[in-house]
Ligand binder design. Structure first.
Ligand code: CP3
Length: 348
């Protein structure tokens, strides 16, 4: 039987087909801009509890799909569940972001567990199974993990930082020691991603939110190389796995990232340079992005213009329409509706 190429827009684009109307979803689409999310969150008794209760995680994963009929759902979880399963203390304080016990000495790092306790991550797999069963077949389900560099920045500092200075310093002072954290994250991320595929994820995204602070050599060593090993490790066991990379802020290093990592698509931020992306990136892989989340807050004609610019820049090739980073909590729902309507009306 010939597969019907009209049925799965998101996966078609990842597999190599351009869609006239680009498939559409938003990073952080399950989140605080939705009143129905805030309602579940208020009752959940903590963010991690929500991630680890399959019924709640599945529910908030599906909320944005019901409202906006996006082409993909992303499983509700967090990149910091891996440090958690590695036995690190992880907490999310309301309004403050994540808090971990800092891991910034060679002695402390020598004691880091090598293997995550995957029983603790079983609820994420169960949530994936539930979501996949509830989703229409044409809507893709995305699993994810953080890239080792980005996860390490939180593990080392113990919290978010403006410039990831603690991890950068540790990597300069004790590169072998820092490499141990990265290696541990590579191995466990491979297992975690394979577990997500087996639980029903149709594609995977690797979030390297803080890739852009690294100088070229460090970018090669701490962003590209670990991501390449994860892609290779997953594909060794699941050869057809579809993987999207998001090295935020990589700029002119995006072509090198794509060539070395072997990802099927890259998510690009709003500062990406269109000509470079079209010529050296979109000619090889699909591109996902890159509406400025602040244009989505602004709305009106500024939003229309920003949407049209993304489409003009990238819709002539393989495009998955998305934001350049996560949607912000203060975004009006009406603006998301405006975006969905305008992208779906595109006829180019
Ligand atoms: O995209 C989705 O809807 C799926 C869920 C998802 C969350 N975090 C839920 C979340 C995903 C894909 C992530 C990834 C993530 N988590 C990243 C990489 C992507 C990015 O946005 O840069 C990073 C760096 C983290 C770590 C993290 N988790 C931070 C820094 C914070 C605090 C900042 C914030 O937005 O509050 C979180 C908490 C978090 N993760 C929330 C959500 C919905 C907010 C928690 C709440 O509801 O109180």
């Amino acid at each position: 039987m010939t597969p019907n190429l009209d049925t799965k827009p998101f996966l078609d684009v990842l597999a190599g087909t351009r869609r006239t109307v680009p498939p559409l979803w938003m990073m952080r689409q399950a989140g605080r801009y939705l009143p129905e999310y805030r309602e579940v969150r208020a009752k959940a008794g903590g963010f991690l509890n929500m991630c680890f209760t399959p019924e709640l995680a599945a529910e908030v994963t599906l909320q944005p799909i019901r409202r906006f009929e996006f082409d993909a759902a992303i499983i509700f979880s967090d990149i910091l569940v891996i440090p958690y399963a590695l036995g690190r203390n992880v907490a999310f304080e309301a309004g403050e972001g994540p808090r971990l016990d800092p891991l910034d000495t060679p002695e402390g790092i020598a004691e880091l567990k090598q293997d995550a306790d995957f029983r603790q991550l079983e609820p994420v797999f169960e949530a994936l199974r539930r979501v996949r069963a509830a989703l229409a077949p044409e809507i893709a389900l995305i699993g994810f993990c953080g890239a080792p560099w980005t996860v390490a920045t939180y593990m080392v500092a113990g919290h978010g930082t403006p410039d990831q200075a603690p991890a950068r310093l540790l990597a300069y002072r004790h590169p072998q020691t820092f490499a141990k954290i990265i290696d541990t994250l590579v191995e466990n991320s491979v297992r975690y991603l394979i577990g997500q595929l087996d639980a029903g994820a149709d594609a995977l995204q690797i979030f390297d939110t803080w890739a852009g602070v690294l100088p070229v050599r460090e970018f090669q060593r701490w962003s590209i190389e670990p991501t390449r090993r994860i892609v290779e490790g997953v594909r060794k066991q699941r050869p057809g796995a579809k993987i999207i990379g998001f090295p935020r802020g990589a700029g002119a290093l995006l072509p090198a990232y794509v060539a070395a990592t072997g990802v099927d698509a890259v998510s690009i931020d709003w500062a990406a340079e269109p000509e470079l992306i079209r010529r050296d990136v979109q000619s090889k892989v699909a591109v996902q992005g890159n509406l400025d989340p602040l244009a989505l807050i602004a709305g009106g004609s500024a939003l229309d213009a920003a949407i049209d610019e993304v489409l003009a820049n990238y819709a002539s090739g393989r495009l998955i329409f998305n934001l350049g980073h996560g949607i912000q909590p203060e975004t009006p729902i009406a603006h998301v509706e405006q975006m969905v309507k305008r992208v779906r009306a595109f006829g180019g």
